[in-house]
Design a protein around this ligand. Structure first.
Ligand code: NAD
Length: 433
């Protein structure tokens, strides 16, 4: 099949590459010329495990190409995916300017029947808005489909190639047949392709992310209680998670959720609720708890040093909002860095992949180190912010010898408190008694 993907970011690049990998001819479009130049050479602008190999293979096999020329891509495609940003507006709603701008461009470039598929996370009713706009721009036939994306950064290629489920929102049998054909290679093992109307499909994405965010904030609340009553969140988590109605996933307490999706999707669903005169009380609490949680490690540090942080040297391991990605959008590290700089702390930081992205946001306000141990020299506290695998089993004796005072704030509960204390560290976790 011939398809284009408009927007070649974390979602669009993975989607385009994986569709090419399954034998389709894919044109990826982006208005960022630098990105397109890199991609043409087979270089990925993002870090995503397994992506570069697929990218290079499919460029070589001439199934995958990159361009800034949207109109030509549209004319050559029967299916057009939108994988454009839908960032948070001032009032919390999803900003649709990119989606609507591109929709108009597609409308003007149409030269026959097309299926326009929305992969961006968009509020309920967007398919209708896209349809109305296209009708104004073109007299050619088209269908608009909602097909939210559920991939996880850090495991995006695997998630896309082996999805838990595919949600297709459409009432057009013509478009549905095309979508079923396109996705057939991805549902061979029996994973469901769930068909519903566009509005339900659009809401499914927001409800899914908001539910996951609720799990995180719920466990962070339980962790806060654990600290007050002398219980251990890790044991509570195991006890809860073995109930199949609860399940073991997404029950880890920590320093809050971040990333480009959960915060903005929770805010957007809250906005949808307000606009539709429904008070979504649980979700409002989820957001409040998360804002508090992103600062919890700062509060612990302040308490340890009795509010005297000025001039102290502190090391941060991990900047990405989660492991295996270079994405720092809404990362807890950003909140922590900002708060500690305000306190006059001197920060030394390391991340295996996300340092360049962080530099773009905070410049040289902190010192970046290519090696996690170098970042520890003379430090008075280590903050473990992202649970990269390489931080899980470090050389604790080396850490201790490098630090001025061996104090560890483990924002992801990856170290064993008992072992840490035996090794002579002052150890703080999240919700650990
Ligand atoms: P992104 O910012 O990484 O990528 C968006 C791309 O679109 C960028 O490369 C940008 O240059 C390009 N772009 C912007 N305006 C354009 C235009 N007018 N013409 C052509 N290209 C344009 O965003 P993302 O993380 O890939 O997210 C895209 C959408 O997918 C969002 O709605 C997001 O909520 C949703 N989503 C993201 C994830 C995720 O894990 N990142 C997962 C599921 C869904």
């Amino acid at each position: 099949m011939k398809l284009s993907v408009i927007g070649t970011g974390y979602v669009g690049l993975v989607v385009g590459t994986c569709f090419a990998e399954s034998g389709n001819d894919v044109i990826c479009v982006d208005n960022d010329e630098k990105k397109v130049r890199m991609l043409k050479k087979g270089q990925s602008p993002i870090f995503e495990p397994g992506l570069t190999e697929f990218l290079k293979n499919n460029i070589e096999e001439e199934r995958l190409s990159f361009t800034t020329d949207l109109a030509t891509a549209v004319r050559q495609s029967e299916i057009i995916f939108l994988a454009l940003p839908t960032p948070q507006s001032e009032d919390g709603s999803a900003d649709l300017q990119h989606v609507l701008k591109v929709t108009r461009q597609i409308g003007k470039a149409m030269n026959g029947y097309k299926v326009i598929v929305n992969k961006s996370t968009v509020p309920v009713g967007t398919a209708d808005r896209v349809r109305e706009m296209l009708s104004r721009e073109t007299s050619y036939e088209f269908d608009v489909v909602s097909n939210p994306e559920f991939l996880k950064e850090g495991a995006a290629v695997n998630d896309f190639m082996k999805p838990d489920r595919i949600v297709i929102g459409t009432r057009s049998s013509r478009a549905l047949a095309i979508m079923q054909d396109l996705y057939a290679p991805f549902v061979r093992t029996g994973n469901p392709l769930i068909v519903m109307d566009e509005r339900s499909s659009e809401l499914t994405k927001y409800a899914s992310n908001s539910f996951l965010a609720t799990k995180v904030s719920f466990m962070n609340e339980v962790a806060a209680l654990c600290e007050r009553v002398g219980a251990d969140i890790d044991q509570v988590r195991k006890g809860m998670g073995s109930d199949p109605r609860i399940g073991p996933q997404f029950l880890f307490a920590g320093i809050g959720y971040g990333g480009s999706c959960f915060p903005k999707d929770v805010a957007a669903l809250l906005n949808t609720s307000i606009t539709n005169k429904h008070e979504f009380q649980i979700l409002a609490a989820v957001e409040t708890v998360n804002k508090r949680q992103k600062r919890v490690i700062v509060e612990k540090l302040k308490k340890h040093y009795r509010n005297d942080l000025k001039g102290r040297v502190v090391t941060i391991w991990g900047l990405a909002f989660k492991p295996n990605t270079d994405d720092v959008r809404e990362a807890p590290a950003l909140t922590i860095i900002e708060a500690l700089l305000k306190e006059g702390v001197e920060l030394r930081v390391h991340d295996p992949e996300a340092m360049e992205e962080m530099k773009k946001r905070i410049g040289n306000s902190v010192r970046f180190f290519n090696n996690n141990y170098d970042a520890l020299k003379g430090s008075e506290a280590l903050l473990l912010v992202t649970e990269w695998n390489e931080f899980r089993r470090p050389d604790f004796d080396r850490i201790k010898s490098l630090m001025k005072t061996p104090v560890v704030f483990d924002g992801r509960n990856i170290y064993d408190p008992k072992i840490m204390r035996e090794k002579g560290f002052v150890y703080y976790g999240i919700g650990r008694g």
